[in-house]
Ligand binder design. Sequence first.
Ligand code: CMP
Length: 141
Amino acid sequence: MIKPGAVRNKHIGHILSKIEEAGYTIAAIKTTRLTIDQAADFYSVHKDRPFFQELIEFMSSGPIVAMVLLKDNAVEDFRRLIGATDPAQAAEGTIRRLFATSKSHNAIHGSDSDENAEKESSFFFSRQEYLRKDIVGTEES
Ligand code: CMP
C-alpha cells in the first residue's frame, strides 16, 4: 500500500516503476481512502502501541494505493525493496529511503508474511478483482 504522504507528494508513478523494475507483476491495483475505522482495522495488530493513534490518523488522512503483487519470494524481496521502517535507517536506493519523510510517514507498507499478504489482499480486493499466479502471462522479449 502506497501511503497518503507519498500519494500527496506525487510519488505513485515512481514507486510503481521501482516495483515493476524489481520483477513484480501488479495483479490488482486501486486508489481509495481509508476511514479511521478501516485504518484501525487494517492495523489492529498495533492497537496497543503508542504510535497507533498517529498511525491511523495518518493512514486515513488522504488517498492510498492498494496493490496485490506477484513474484517468487514476494514478501521477503519486497521488504528489501522498500527498506527499513525508518527511512533514516533504510538502505540507499530503497523506496522508503527515496520517498519517505519519517518513520510514521514512511511512504509504503508491505505485508510481513504470505498469510498476512492473503489477509491484506482480501481487505481491499475480492477474489474476482485480482489475477492469480496461474493466469499471469510470461514476459515479452
Ligand atoms: P508499516 O509497515 O505500515 O507498519 C506499521 C506502521 O507503523 C509502520 O509502517 C510505521 O509507519 C508505523 N510505525 C512503526 N513504528 C513506529 C514508531 N515508533 N513511531 C511512529 N510510527 C511507527
